[in-house]
Design a protein around this ligand. Structure first.
Ligand code: SF4
Length: 392
């Protein structure tokens, strides 16, 4: 009998390997950099104690931000929780904090760096915590599209609008071209403003938020929206389609919210009589249409907090948040909209070992995983962010 030995070789730095493993370096992407330090083992029984001690040792020098989609083991150490925009503002309102530890994903930490003072350092506990949606719009692709608009003679009348969930590069592009950033709470106000400035909107990177806002809140037809696919020549659109559209939507989506389907809605309505379906506007258009309510993460939290005891809810957003809301409201029946359990995998990269490591590094006088945005990009990204803050 021949002994067989098998050696498994880790794949190279392909996009898939980076996505799955967070190994190697991909400078064009939000994610994919090794954690440079010695992480404590997840099984270490002292992790909570170590995080508590490190945070206490740092005192007011550190401010920990926790996005709603973070794990409970991390959220327990957050000084404030919120959505990406609220957290960026909270960071900006703490000029005394030398270190902002951002428990969220890369684009959020970039926004915090843009909005905080030059002496403040923003730390992302795991650099592999990116956002697949933000990664779907790369600056070079967006500039190619813009050149196409210029060649067609429409760029002067196109106002770029980018969702907060985009890289600093994209926000900088939008600021340079007289556009605005929006969140899922103020997308309609941003679009109203944009249509006062120009005839067409170039909406980045989430097609669903753009389409849902335009059609359901502004009364546009689906035919007023075209989808620009950066992987096809000319975005897969004819000059006539580009000239005729009111909304030019970038082909990007959230891999978490995009998984909810119309079948998920039908199935839960059959399973739970009287259920209220509550979804995020990053969900597909047909799902949002079939839901009872749609709103941002903060809206979802307020709606569930205010719901009467005994009411039933199926919620289409990230699972950590839905689970936390269900635990907080045992008198209400709160379930995840889809039967298949799904977390945001990149959000979940920030776990307690990474948080402990980051805090202990700060205590030791080292700044790990600092997120910095170059001055020129930050300047124009800030123009687009300030324009959002100035929205009526
Ligand atoms: S939930 Fe979606 S939009 Fe939010 S960080 Fe994850 S992939 Fe990005």
């Amino acid at each position: 009998m021949v002994a067989v030995t098998s050696t498994w070789t880790e794949p190279g730095n392909t996009a898939t390997a980076l996505l799955l493993l967070g190994r190697g370096t991909d400078p064009a992407s939000e994610r994919g950099v090794d954690c440079p330090g010695d992480l404590p083992a997840p099984s270490d029984p002292d992790l909570v104690e170590r995080a508590t001690a490190a945070k206490a040792a740092l005192g007011d020098r550190v401010f920990v931000l926790g996005h709603h989609y973070q794990r409970d083991e991390v959220i327990q150490f957050a000084d404030v929780t919120g959505d990406s925009f609220k957290l960026a503002r909270e960071a900006a309102a703490r000029p005394e904090a030398e270190f902002i530890v951002f428990c969220g994903v890369h684009f959020m930490a970039e926004s915090a760096d843009i909005l905080t003072g030059p002496a403040q350092r923003v730390v992302l506990p795991d650099l592999a915590a990116g956002c697949s949606m933000a990664d779907m719009a790369v600056l070079g692709q967006v500039e190619t599209a813009w050149d196409q608009f210029t060649d067609l003679g429409i760029a002067e009348d196109v106002i770029p609008v980018t969702y907060m969930n985009s890289s600093a590069d994209i926000k900088g592009f939008v600021g340079r071209n007289n556009g605005v950033v929006c969140t899922s709470s103020n997308a309609k106000r941003a679009l109203d403003w944009a249509f006062e400035q120009g005839r067409q909107v170039f909406f980045l990177p989430d097609q669903h938020l753009g389409r849902n806002t335009a059609v359901l809140e502004m009364g546009f037809d689906l035919d007023d929206c075209v989808l620009y696919d950066p992987h096809k020549p000319h975005g897969g659109l004819t000059p006539e389609q580009l000239r005729g559209a009111k909304m030019i939507l970038w082909r990007g989506h959230c891999s978490v919210h995009g998984r909810f389907t119309i079948d998920s809605v039908r199935e839960v309505r059959e399973r739970v009589p009287g259920v209220n379906v509550l979804v995020h506007p990053e969900c597909k258009h047909e799902v949002v249409r079939a839901a009872d309510q749609v709103g941002s993460t903060e809206y979802i939290i307020r709606a569930l907090d205010a719901a009467p005891a005994g009411s039933a809810w199926a919620v289409g957003t990230e699972l950590n948040l839905v689970r936390r809301m269900a635990l907080a409201h045992p008198d209400k029946q709160i379930t995840f909209l889809d039967r298949t359990v799904c977390y945001c995998s990149t959000m979940n990269r920030i776990d307690l070992p990474h948080l402990v490591w980051a805090l202990e590094e700060l205590v030791a006088g080292r700044v790990p995983n600092q997120i910095t945005v170059d001055a020129d990009t930050a300047k124009y990204a800030r123009v687009a962010l300030d324009q959002m803050l100035a929205l009526p």
